[in-house]
Ligand binder design. Structure first.
Ligand code: ADP
Length: 241
């Protein structure tokens, strides 16, 4: 599913969090949103998901104008910061939640949900943990479950907010590789937020560098280093490590 963002803008109480910005993402691409804290990455991601409304501009999924379509009906998978799993639900129930919230017309029956959850747990290689509760899992396992839940509705677009932010370096590296191969295998379009330069460069087909609610540059990782489009990008890439 391709995504087209046209002149999207957002103001929070007089503060311009996003200046009108444009971005086109091709079907099957993996895009990293990179930039300092407060640059508008999460806001942009939430607007694409429909979790936040924009003040101006339009968003298209392929040729469909989804600007005013409810988050649930956009059929995107969303992985929240810090997993956001439900403590009182088992792993299997957490994964099923993605399907339980669908409206009646779209919701599979009990049997189908059970089969789908089993299949998703297999995809993330955690079938043996189906009956556990989130607090009994490691950080990496929680992240896999959050991903399984996001994939429950078979979305064509997967959005991830700092997906590996809370994990230690070794697990981060493993999960990065795993996410990239899952993305390639299932063929969805992915956008993830990170402030980790290595993560953005290693995972993304193209990186979007943001600052102060604006897009500074959109390029593949090699070009980004070879030809930084502004002094900001040059300094930002140089100063992070
Ligand atoms: P990033 O993800 O790059 O750290 P955010 O998109 O979270 O940046 O935030 C961009 C700016 O918008 C920040 O200055 C932040 O304080 C502000 N902001 C984000 N969400 C809200 C909100 N719900 N209400 C008020 N200000 C917000």
């Amino acid at each position: 599913m391709s995504i087209r963002i046209e002149n999207i803008a957002k103001v929070f109480g007089g503060f311009q969090a996003l200046s009108p910005l444009n971005l086109e993402v091709e079907k099957g691409e993996m895009i990293g949103l990179l930039g300092p804290s407060g640059s508008g990455k999460t806001t942009l991601l939430r607007i694409i998901a429909g979790l936040e409304g924009a003040d101006a501009g339009r968003i298209y999924f392929h040729d469909r104008d989804v600007t005013h379509v409810h988050a649930r009906d956009r059929r995107v998978g969303f992985v929240f910061q810090n997993y956001a799993l439900f403590r009182h639900m088992t792993v299997a129930e957490n994964v099923a939640f993605g399907l339980d919230v669908l409206d009646k017309k779209q919701r599979p029956n009990r049997q189908e949900i059970k089969a789908r959850v089993a299949q998703l747990l297999e995809t993330v290689q955690l079938s043996h943990l189906a009956k556990r509760y989130p607090q009994q899992l490691s950080g990496g396992q929680k992240q896999r479950i959050a991903l399984a839940r996001a994939l429950a509705t078979k979305p064509e677009v997967l959005l991830l907010d700092e997906p590996f932010g809370a994990l230690d370096a070794k697990v981060r590296k493993e999960l990065r590789r795993w996410l990239r191969s899952l993305h390639d295998e299932l063929g969805f379009t992915s956008i993830f937020v990170t402030h980790d330069q290595d993560e953005a460069l290693e995972l993304s087909d193209r990186v979007v560098v943001m600052s102060n609610g604006k897009i500074e540059q959109v390029d593949d990782p090699v070009q980004l280093y070879a030809k930084p489009a502004s002094q900001f990008v040059f300094d930002f890439l140089g100063n992070v490590n």
